[in-house]
Design a protein around this ligand. Structure first.
Ligand code: HAM
Length: 422
């Protein structure tokens, strides 16, 4: 019996993987422009990190983590997201003490959540994320948002919707929390058992409960915007000013609360409103998390970031019918006719590759016609045909596959010829 791939995971095969590489390359290029440096953290962490970082009343922690006990008896979790790990590394490696502040980092790698798989929702998915640590300037919130927007735009996406909200500072959130408790308390019996637990621990989480989503008290719940104190209000206004200055369209959604506990002040999501994109429209989510470094044992440090998955990025490109150029073709296919010529192409192929060309030859003893077909499939720009007779005269026949033009040149001139006609 054959073994199936686990639910919610994917094999990304040649033909498809090039799309990933194009997006990943673009993301890295943008990070250089915006001056974010890559950080690579482990794929698993102590479970405690996510309990404290992401929050023990969130769906991610309560229902979605891949947690196991290792052979040393430690509780280990496959990372469900990258922010907690990045901040852990920032604290652990004392990056707050380095001269370059704020510390601007990015990551790209697999994350794991035991969610119900559906279109756009996987159990293993790849996030590209950035985190800027050490600045309380709303201009960096705007920078982070603009990086995400520009990445999507540079890949050709047009149907983007940016939604922002403010979750305020501690004082604002405490006032909002009281209001939420007063709002839900009288009828909390009508909510799921998780929400009943959330009421005292973290009533904000009730607002993103998937089960009680349609309860009438949800829409009438007090919004955080009404409880922002002066500092939080001014911060949010400044962010909006900067977004306007950067020509980034946005809408304010007072109901945007995000599914992780560490957020305060800025929260945002970027959605696709392309037809046929499916039920899950969020491409990217992020926000500010000023208390997170402290929560995991570090110094008080402001932070802001976002993460987006490549899976949803590709789905959005498909929904907008944007084709990426995934097969750019090879420079030269070396075809051969005869045993001596076939052997000779082993070394000649090596010469071409060393000289910087992408090149391929036949490994299946195919007839010349089939070798040309193989060259076509590889989108070869040139096919160089070497026969035993030509080899005796040190000649090779080169066909330009775009123009059909054929020339016979000295074998020793092939590298230069390809270089001149590339
Ligand atoms: P998040 O909203 O949980 O935030 O995830 C961010 C993005 O990851 C989503 O918008 C989506 O593109 C992608 N994503 C999440 N779950 C899945 C899934 N099951 N399948 C495919 N894609 C998925 C965070 O993870 C925060 N760490 C973001 C952040 C960074 N906040 C501040 N800094």
């Amino acid at each position: 019996m054959s073994i199936n791939i686990p639910r919610g995971t994917q094999d990304i095969l040649p033909g498809e993987v090039e799309k990933w590489q194009i997006i990943e390359r673009k993301a890295r290029e943008l990070c250089v422009k915006y001056q974010y440096s890559e950080i690579r953290t482990p794929i698993f962490e102590h479970t405690e990190l996510f309990l404290r970082g992401v929050g023990d009343t969130t769906d991610i922690v309560q229902k979605e983590m891949y947690t196991f006990t290792d052979r040393g008896g430690r509780s280990i979790t496959l990372r469900p997201e990258g922010t907690a790990s990045t901040v852990r590394a920032f604290v652990d490696k004392k990056l707050f003490g380095t001269a370059n502040q704020p510390v601007k980092l990015y990551y790209m790698g697999p994350m794991f959540r035991y969610e119900r798989p559906q279109a756009g929702r996987f159990r293993q998915f790849v996030q590209f994320g950035v985190e800027a640590l050490g600045s309380n300037d709303p201009a960096i919130d705007a920078e982070v948002i603009s990086l995400a927007m520009n990445l999507y735009k540079e890949m050709g996406l047009k149907r983007l919707k940016l939604v922002v909200n403010s979750l305020g500072d501690k004082e604002s959130r405490n006032a909002h929390r009281e209001a939420l408790i007063n709002h839900f308390s009288p009828r909390i019996g009508e909510f799921c058992s998780d929400c009943q637990k959330r009421l005292d621990k973290n009533p904000l989480r009730i607002l993103d409960c998937k089960q009680d989503h349609d309860h009438e008290l949800m829409t009438s719940a007090p919004s955080i915007i009404e409880y922002l104190n002066d500092y939080s209000k001014a911060y949010f206004e400044k962010l909006q000013q900067y977004l306007t200055l950067l020509n980034i369209d946005f809408t304010v959604d007072p109901n945007l609360v995000r599914g992780l506990d560490y957020y305060n002040h800025t929260a945002f999501e970027i959605m696709s409103d392309a037809e046929g994109f499916g039920a899950i429209t969020t491409l990217c989510g992020g926000g500010r998390y000023n208390g997170l470094a402290e929560d995991i044992g570090g110094p008080e440090t402001p932070g802001i970031g976002f993460a987006l998955s490549i899976e949803r990025f590709i789905a959005a490109l498909e929904a907008e019918n944007i084709e990426l150029d995934t097969n750019q073709g090879i420079d030269c296919y070396l075809a051969s006719l005869g045993e001596t010529a076939k052997d000779y192409t082993v070394g000649l192929l090596q010469q071409l590759r060393t000289a910087g060309f992408s090149a391929e030859r036949d490994y299946l003893d195919r007839k010349l016609k089939a070798q040309f077909k193989a060259a076509d499939r590889l989108k070869a720009k040139f096919v160089a045909v070497l026969g035993d007779d030509e080899l005796q005269n040190n000649q090779i026949n080169v066909k330009n596959m775009t123009t059909g033009e054929q020339v016979e040149i000295a074998i020793s001139a092939l590298v230069d010829y390809l270089g001149e006609h590339k």
